[in-house]
Design a protein around this ligand. Structure first.
Ligand code: FEO
Length: 606
């Protein structure tokens, strides 16, 4: 007893999977088999849509029989005559000799060729758009030649809005219980095999697939039932969008496919340098393959996926290295277009690969071969490394560079500290600073913006404490000491997490791992800041927690800007987040919170 699987109203799945198969069409390696799908509609009239490969014949006949029960099979619709879907027609006819075969004239011609000796007393040849009435379900037929053979048609159930799409929208891989694409992680687990199936089986026929997609766009589709792989009932636009890319030869992703053909490893070594150089140029999607090791069907699929192809091939018998020639010819046979290609050749005495590869690519549509090339004689020479890099650089121009910081000084690592000073013996002030450096055995340099109240107090009293903040310091500490001015606010009012050091000044007792008590011995005028050269007169470690860096503060402590902040057009202080509204910020503007100048502001909302 096999499980009946209902797909949509009155429509059952009667296909199955073959996991023993090693080569699909005796060409394409399969690691996890393939499914052969077939469907039965149970209406006043019963109708089977396509049969299956002979490898699963017994299971198929059993399933059809269980779904039909005691009823007879009225119709067999044949959408595609390739034997992976038609080989079991004769077995079916043995069991259901009265069935009427519904097909088009091209299918009928093939049917006679494949089954010369099989009696088919009832055949109804239909025309495109004709309607077959099953009772409640009305079927109509859309002819889609060359997707993937010339006779192919698709059947559309107008009642359930189901498209029986023949090979289109199929996928390599057996089905494991879940019949619908939305029931599996299609993007992660099946997309690569869907692409490999498409490119290798129908990749050559992009214009015909486009014509089929155009016809499909005129009908309302709720379910797509292909002859291989999962059924589509949700997110149908996902697979339609993939087919749009593949059938127009539009790269699915911006990336570089690096394929090398190497006999003794020297060309492979050059390929490895190409990959490193591409990465250093900021290209992130780089996929490198040895053409001798990887089946061509995977390489063709990758070539359909990525925008750029970097070929490195040795010469062999005065021709292109054989596996590389097969691969590149396969790209041509599958009609690949719209790619940028770089070619590097190797040849110990009479290199030929570059010339011959260029000729093949020149015969393909819209393939741009980079002018820069390189000939390696046996092994890449030291003086050629730059030439190789030049080709990579040329290709990498097509890839957007990662946005780099506008100011390399921002790459210097900083900590964050509370500098505490005194107003008088009972009143204190504190501010956030990011520059404290030990400049010799017993002295540190502290830099404070001249506009800060703390600078005024430190310059006057010559003593201060530095509390070294930890990674777990909450944002409230930065708000308290960094986002307001001591000239207008008593920053220690209501604050409990401090103690007084021996010098009578406060240090932050919580969220700092150490404090230093400083005595200023020299003040250097640095322009916007004063540099205080200080002796460390006392210090204490409070915990083993790591000190916070400025980068950690920006990444993990400082709240991210609110979404609607984007609506504001102006400038944002990169130090404290203060926003200046308006495009025209004065050149001498100083952040009223952290006192940084406009060099530390960035545009927002422009
Ligand atoms: Fe799955 Fe063209 O046959």
């Amino acid at each position: 007893m096999l499980t009946k699987r209902l797909i949509t109203k009155d429509t059952y799945y009667v296909g199955g999977s073959d996991r023993r198969i090693a080569l699909f069409e005796n060409v394409y390696p399969l690691t996890n088999g393939v499914s052969y799908n077939s469907y039965v509609i149970m209406d006043k009239k019963t109708c089977l849509l396509d049969t299956v490969d002979e490898s699963i014949c017994n299971t198929f006949i059993k399933k059809v029989s269980e779904v039909l029960g005691l009823r007879k099979l009225d119709y067999l619709v044949i959408d595609h005559m390739e034997p992976d879907h038609s080989a079991t027609i004769s077995n079916l006819l043995q069991k259901y000799p009265d069935v009427t075969i519904i097909c088009n004239d091209k299918i009928l011609a093939m049917l006679k060729n494949y089954f010369e000796d099989v009696a088919m007393p009832y055949v109804q040849v239909i025309k495109e758009g004709e309607v077959l009435d099953l009772g409640e379900h009305k079927l109509t037929f859309v002819f889609t030649p060359m997707v993937h053979w010339p006779e192919v048609m698709m059947t559309y159930d107008m009642t359930t809005k189901t498209l029986f799409s023949a090979d289109a929208f199929g996928t390599f891989g057996a089905l494991s219980g879940n019949l619908f694409a939305h029931e599996v992680d299609f993007d992660h687990d099946a997309l690569d095999e869907a692409r490999r199936y498409y490119c290798n089986i129908v990749g050559k026929y992009g214009p015909q697939v486009q014509a089929a997609l155009k016809k499909a766009s005129t009908i309302e589709i709720e379910t797509i039932c292909p002859l291989h792989g999962p059924i589509w009932r949700q997110d149908i636009t996902y697979i339609l969008d993939k087919y749009q890319h593949w059938s127009t030869y539009d790269p699915e992703k911006k990336g570089v496919l690096v394929v090398y053909g190497s006999v003794y490893g020297h060309t492979a070594e050059a390929a490895s340098i190409v990959c490193d150089d591409l990465a250093l140029e900021g290209v992130r999607d780089i996929h490198c393959y040895d053409v001798s090791k990887t089946d061509k069907s995977y390489l063709v699929s990758e070539a359909f996926k990525y925008s750029h192809i970097f070929i490195l091939s040795t010469t062999y018998n005065a021709e292109i290295f054989t596996p590389m020639e097969e691969f590149v010819r396969d790209l041509k046979y599958h009609n690949l277009q719209n790619r940028t290609v770089a070619i590097v050749e190797n040849g110990s005495w009479a290199p030929q690969a570059k010339k011959l590869l260029t000729e093949i690519f020149a015969s393909m549509k819209n393939i741009k071969v980079l002018d820069k090339t390189l000939t390696i004689k046996s092994s890449l020479k030291e003086e050629q490394v730059n030439d190789l890099y030049g080709i990579v650089e040329e290709m990498a121009k097509d890839f957007p560079k990662e946005k780099l910081s506008t100011n390399p000084l921002f790459k210097i690592n900083y900590g964050l500290y509370v500098l505490s000073t005194k107003i008088d013996d009972k009143h204190f002030n504190g501010c956030i600073i990011n520059t404290v450096s030990q400049v010799c055995t017993d002295k540190v340099l502290v830099s404070v913006n001249k506009a800060n109240y703390s600078s005024e107090l430190f310059s006057k009293n010559k003593i201060a404490n530095i509390s070294i903040l930890t990674k777990h310091t909450p944002f409230s500490i930065f708000q308290r000491f960094g986002y307001q001015s001591g000239k207008t606010v008593n920053k220690f009012k209501g604050f409990k997490d401090f103690r007084l050091a021996k010098n009578g000044l406060p240090y932050i007792s919580r969220f700092s791992n150490s404090y230093l008590s400083l005595k200023c011995v020299e003040i250097i005028d640095l322009g916007s800041h004063y540099g205080y050269i200080c002796e460390v007169v006392d210090s204490l470690q409070l915990s083993n927690e790591d000190s916070v860096t400025y980068a950690q503060y920006m990444d993990f402590i400082k709240p991210k800007p609110a979404r609607d902040e984007k609506k504001v057009v102006g400038w944002r202080c990169k130090i404290c987040g203060y926003i200046y509204e308006g495009k025209d910020i004065p050149k001498d503007f100083v952040c009223p919170i952290c006192k940084h100048g406009i060099q530390d502001f960035e545009k927002i909302g422009w």
